[in-house]
Design a protein around this ligand. Structure first.
Ligand SMILES: [Zn+2]
Length: 375
């Protein structure tokens, strides 16, 4: 049985730009409606630094209070309907400067790994406490149990996992086997990850490695699958067509969504030669694709499930938790996700669950956890 978690990183763009109403509040409600229609309880990793910065500056700028209040309403509304809320954190909001109206200048480093130990701890404590006091109003037993780092930056680090475990987090899901970024904002190398699929006990100082022994924290990788090159090329082509036609009709509302591309452009992949290299790597050689629903069409989602079923069968385990990714800010068209949700809801071998339920399952032994010697 596959236990599938529909997980969504809920935030504005990495550089602080974007209208939270268009990128977060509105699409969250649409997604929650789809989940409700198919009996799925989703999980939102809400980015709290943005919210805390809004709250800190709301006395000086009353418009920020309006946004922060709506943020809380949206989160509480989803939680009341049975969806999970967990912690996501983008440290670049540290010392953010508000440039009225509606602009932010973010000066902080994008990777939590580049902050000193006490600052990492302070960010995690304030995020966890904030969510627990907010959602404790609805459910006194609510606990922040899982973590996903902004821009996936979680390893290697002498501090991050030890602090998470000290604060009572049960598992981390920031590892995505096979990806590598070398951008001005983010540098990480997850090509040497030892476990791409199953829950494992991590080396507490390098979550890319599976520990030889039981540890106080668990890791579950966010799912990746081999890039379906033809489907990807088709999706990329459609995106270009959509962009061009949007430009022609001068309705730029959709274009205001999504991540700003250059944040994720690797060194040596800009300019004509760089773009050709990027194209070659993605569509000809093939590379690991993050299971991010917002970046996929329905055909790719199906292909992803084929891969998940194959890996689950190969593991020989009765029950495997699988973590998907999504970004509400990047969803252009909800119909593919809706079709996929319908498929999942009618599959005999797939159950959906929340991150909190996964945490319980890890703790009580429902889900087997691997060490370097087991399995
Ligand atoms: Zn994020």
């Amino acid at each position: 049985m596959i236990y599938l978690a529909f997980v969504d990183d809920w935030e504005v763009r990495g550089n602080g730009s974007g209208d939270p109403r268009a990128l977060q509040f509105e699409p969250m409600r649409k997604l929650v409606k789809i989940f409700n229609d198919y009996g799925i309880r989703g999980s939102f990793n809400v980015e709290v630094m943005q919210q805390l910065v809004h709250r800190n500056q709301q006395e000086r700028f009353p418009e920020l209070k309006v946004i922060a209040d709506e943020w809380e309403q949206a989160v509480m509304e989803s939680y009341r309907q049975g969806h999970d809320i967990q912690l996501h954190l983008h440290p670049q909001w540290t010392d953010a400067i508000y440039q009225a109206p509606c602009n932010w200048k973010l000066g902080g480093d994008w990777s939590i790994l580049n902050y000193p130990c006490h600052q990492i701890k302070a960010m995690l404590v304030s995020g966890k406490q904030y969510l627990e006091s907010l959602l404790g109003q609805i459910n006194p037993a609510y606990a922040c149990v899982s973590f996903r780092a902004g821009s996936w930056c979680a390893a290697p680090s002498d501090f991050l996992l030890p602090i998470l475990s000290e604060l009572g987090f049960v598992f981390d899901m920031s590892i995505v086997a096979g990806i590598r970024y070398d951008t001005p904002q983010v540098k990480l190398d997850y090509t040497p990850c030892q476990e791409p699929f199953l829950p494992y006990y991590p080396d507490m100082r390098d979550a890319r490695r599976v520990s030889a022994s039981v540890q106080p924290m668990f890791c579950i990788p966010t799912n990746t699958f081999p890039g379906p090159r033809v489907a990807l090329a088709r999706a990329a082509f459609r995106k270009i067509v959509r962009k061009v036609s949007k430009r022609n009709t001068a309705t730029m509302t959709v274009a205001s969504r999504g991540r700003s591309g250059n944040e994720w452009t690797n060194k040596g992949e800009s300019g004509a030669v760089g773009l050709a290299r990027k194209f070659l790597k993605r569509y000809v050689v093939g590379q690991a694709e993050i299971a991010d629903l917002a970046q996929m069409n329905y055909a790719m989602m199906r292909r992803m499930m084929v891969h998940i079923r194959r890996q689950a069968a190969r593991s020989g385990l009765d029950r495997v938790p699988v973590i998907l990714e999504n970004h509400t800010k990047d969803i252009h068209d909800f119909s593919d996700i809706e079709r996929f949700a319908a498929d999942v809801a009618s599959s005999q071998d797939v159950k959906t669950l929340t991150l909190t339920e996964i945490a319980h399952g890890l703790r009580n032994g429902t889900f087997k956890v691997r060490t370097a010697s087991s399995l």
